[in-house]
Design a protein around this ligand. Sequence first.
Ligand code: SF4
Ligand code: MG
Length: 331
Amino acid sequence: MTSILDARDLTVEIPTEDGIVHATEKVSFSVEEGSLFGIAGESGSGKSVLTQAIMGFLPNAAISGQVTFEGEDLLTLSRRRLRTLRGARIGMIFQDPLSSLHPYYTIGDQIAEMIHTHEKVSRKAARERVIAMLTRVGIRDAAHRFDDYPHQFSGGMRQRVMIAMALILNPPLVIADEPTTALDVTVQAQIIALLDEMRRELGTTVIMITHDLSLLSSIADRVMVMYAGNRMEIGPAGTLFSAPVHPYTAGLLNSSPSRYTPGAMIEPITGRPPSLLSPPKGCVFRPRCAKAMDICRKPPPLRRYDDGTQALCWLETESAAAEAAATGDIP
Ligand code: SF4
Ligand code: MG
């Protein structure tokens, strides 16, 4: 399988009045063509910042690393080139469609505008394409609804419109940031199913960002779990959900109303995520980790497993075992 997007050591630091926010710390991941790659973590874990940095939405941040997409390093592209890529090569879906849609333009015109910005086509041809796409994403009577305004749609329907807009230019990659957070549970499931169906039909690669890890269990191929700007665990969804190796992933799974282990006890992770102005030294999860050892005061290594899982953790390492033997601790 070839990867469509490759991030290497992506570090984002954002200057604020209170100091520098260490938003992400050397995050590496690669997304395989045609797959659904999930990024999960609590709010403030850096998951949105990652994609905002990639898309050039953080002009004031200090960003280092490399993000290769179709042979180009996105971090070194001009604003002009990035603007061309957005929409045409990388579609985006955000949490709140109302803030992404212009209230004074009709739904149809806004999607058609996407086409006109990137392609030379007649108004009639663009209109037909938009109507066809709106129909595909489940907007009934799309020919009439073309001329409706965003406020005339329900939240779920607006998110369908956003999906149509993200897919109208048939970009190879779509980034969906909390696409269903503002919706109620039933509609949420419909939108997730629609996204999954569309990406299979069109062969689109999707990066889906969510605070709700369980949302990814049925659709993601690989999942990356973020915490305090660090990539804690990354691996095939199947094993990540059934046998997480990182204590934080295990904690997240235990603390969410789970759809994968019905009836299981919900145990919240105690404590709060650290301030990213001064993240803990060593393992950032140490203050909340029930399995923390002395050695966790040092930056943890990246453990690699045969199935492609990687975890940023001292557990199951020889150094941890050696140190525990020396100090009499049990790792
Ligand atoms: Fe817990 Fe240590 Fe692993 Fe961090 S490195 S998650 S503190 S066991
Ligand atoms: Mg976010």
